[in-house]
Design a binder for this molecule. Structure first.
Ligand code: PEP
Ligand code: MG
Length: 544
């Protein structure tokens, strides 16, 4: 078995036979020309023909892979009509008196280099477009036909140096099961086409187009970026199991993406995702979550060597807010302590960390740290629909104190004329028995409740969530938990605010129908569970 590693640009796992794709290379002969006018006419004629071809390809692509992907052929057409491109070709023909093929080739070289040197990855990917479109004209000028790619059998894994859009378009897509290329980028056509076909694609593996790989059986893992040539039985077993699980997920995706999360009797449920870092954003969007119900902001601190600055945090929050557009993003303020210890905080050693200095307790005693985070969140709120959520609350005073610091941060931003969302909502987590019991009182100062069933369970049952010895005994369906959740929802509704669940129980298939009957308004779950939860909600009732 040979294992090759690259960058996955389209997820999925597939198995098949390797087929090497070698691109056309035209041998362009450099010639001096006497009749410049005739050469100019040759170029213009070839260009018109190329534009006609591109129009045809555009229609073909629209039908086969969709309007968005077909746009690339309009871009190619625009490239051909580009003034600078044409000026360069003309200059070479008229000033250097070279033949049209050479003029196009030289122009393609300099333009593709210019694109490759750009910082923007999207623009870098356009280098192969210039080559592709230039090859088209050279082909027409020299009367050489581009060869059609053919491969025997089904389940073909293409190994290529790079793939141009017109090359991918003429492939028999029914037969192709994965793409692996040496070059390319996440916005390259290999990636775009792979996504439209929902097959795995891996880029950036050096020297992939090797005779010795041709025809061999291989497995492509578009999650890890690995390609296994002649995989062992063990790897096959492992990948097959992963594939089955992911395929089920995909089926759900096909069935439920863009569908509303609404019960049979018509109650709309907010279905949000829990995330830990900005890297999870893609998964949130892929799984069609309607918002972020819990951004565990402490990961920004856990990943950092020292306190993350206001600007560092601002960038992260802004990225998520912008990525989610108008959809809500609930940022939970720093929740460290207990199981999440960070050296640079220099927290004291405690007998019972789960009952000690954690979350809001730290924030209210080390206000400078808290203020820095709040300023970053407030600044980011100008770029999306951000809400703040306070963890580990046990009293009304804690909410009031936290809000006082939020108001201080707002006043500072006002003073500095820095924009933020004036109507930003502040909600709390209900994850302590105390908060649940006085939730009617806490609702007075909260815009929403999110029930943290992970901690609520440990505190209600007096069983440490970190202690393996009690894990077996931990009955997460305990009547005490269910009654508490019901009470919290009722108290929220009495005061006119919404209540959700962001702990693990929110995706418990057995309990979701019960929560819905209790009146739950929101469920925030790990990205991979979003669609499963949507399915359950759509099959359940909100009333008896
Ligand atoms: C919870 O306690 O349920 C929760 C969502 O927070 P965490 O798991 O991060 O403590
Ligand atoms: Mg918690």
């Amino acid at each position: 078995m040979i294992i090759l590693s690259g960058k996955a640009v389209c997820s999925g796992i597939n198995f098949g036979k390797v087929s090497l794709y070698t691109r056309d290379s035209f041998t362009v002969k450099r010639r001096h020309v006497e009749d410049i006018e005739a050469e100019t006419m040759r170029y213009n004629k070839a260009k018109t023909e190329a534009i006609d071809e591109l129009e045809l390809l555009y229609y073909k692509a629209t039908k086969e892979i969709g309007e968005a992907e077909a746009q690339i052929f309009s871009i190619h057409r625009m490239m051909l009509e580009d003034i600078d491109y044409n000026e360069s070709v003309m200059n070479i023909i008229t000033k250097q008196r070279l033949n049209a093929e050479t003029a196009v080739l030289m122009t393609a070289d300099s333009f593709s280099k210019m694109f490759s040197d750009m910082d923007d990855t999207y623009m870098q990917a356009r280098a192969s477009d210039v080559r592709d479109v230039s090859d088209r004209i050279i082909g027409i000028l020299s009367g050489e036909e581009r060869h059609e790619f053919t491969a025997d059998g089904d389940n073909i894994i293409i190994f290529a140096d790079d793939l141009a859009p017109s090359e991918t378009l003429q492939m028999d897509k029914e037969k192709i099961t994965a793409f692996v290329t040496e070059k390319g980028s996440a916005t390259s056509h290999t990636a775009i086409l792979a996504r439209s076909l929902s097959i795995p694609a891996i880029i950036g593996i050096k020297s992939i187009v090797k005779e010795e790989y041709d025809g061999k059986f291989a497995a492509v893992d578009g999650y890890t970026g690995r390609v296994y040539i002649e995989p062992t039985e063990e790897i096959m077993k492992e990948l097959s199991a992963k594939k089955n699980e992911k395929d089920e997920q995909r089926e759900l995706l096909k069935e439920l993406k863009d569908k509303p999360t609404v019960t049979v009797d018509g109650k709309k449920i907010k279905l949000y995702a829990n995330i830990g870092t900005t890297a999870d954003l893609g998964n949130v969007i892929l799984n069609d979550a309607e918002g972020i119900g819990l951004f565990r902001s402490e990961f920004l601190y856990l990943e950092s060597e020292d306190f993350p600055t206001e600007d560092m945090q601002f960038e992260a929050y802004k990225k998520i807010a912008e990525g989610m557009g108008e959809k809500p993003v609930i940022i939970r303020t720093l929740d460290i302590g207990a199981d999440k210890k960070i050296d640079y905080f220099k927290l004291p050693e405690e007998e019972n960390p789960a009952l000690g200095m954690r979350a809001i307790r730290i924030c209210l005693t080390r206000r400078d740290i808290f203020k820095t985070q709040l300023r970053a969140i407030l600044r980011a709120s100008a770029f999306g629909n951000i809400m703040i959520m306070l963890p580990m609350i046990v009293s009304l005073k804690e909410i009031q104190d936290a809000k006082a610091i939020i108001n201080e941060a707002k006043a500072e931003l006002d003073e500095a004329k820095i924009p933020y969302a004036k109507d930003l909502q502040v909600g709390i987590m209900i994850e302590t028995p105390a908060a649940a019991i006085i939730s009617d009182i806490l609702a007075e100062e909260s815009d929403f409740f999110s029930i943290g069933t992970n901690d609520l369970t440990q505190y209600l049952l007096a069983m440490d969530r970190q202690n393996e010895d009690v894990a077996e005994m931990m009955d997460t369906h305990h009547e005490a938990i269910l009654r508490t959740i019901k009470m919290v929802i009722e108290n929220a509704h009495k005061k006119g605010i919404w209540a959700g669940i962001c702990g693990e129980l929110g995706s418990d298939s057995e309990l979701i129908p019960k929560f819905l009957k209790m009146g739950i308004d929101e469920l925030s779950v790990t990205c991979g569970k979003v669609l499963e939860v949507r399915k359950i909600v759509r099959e359940s009732y909100s009333k008896n």
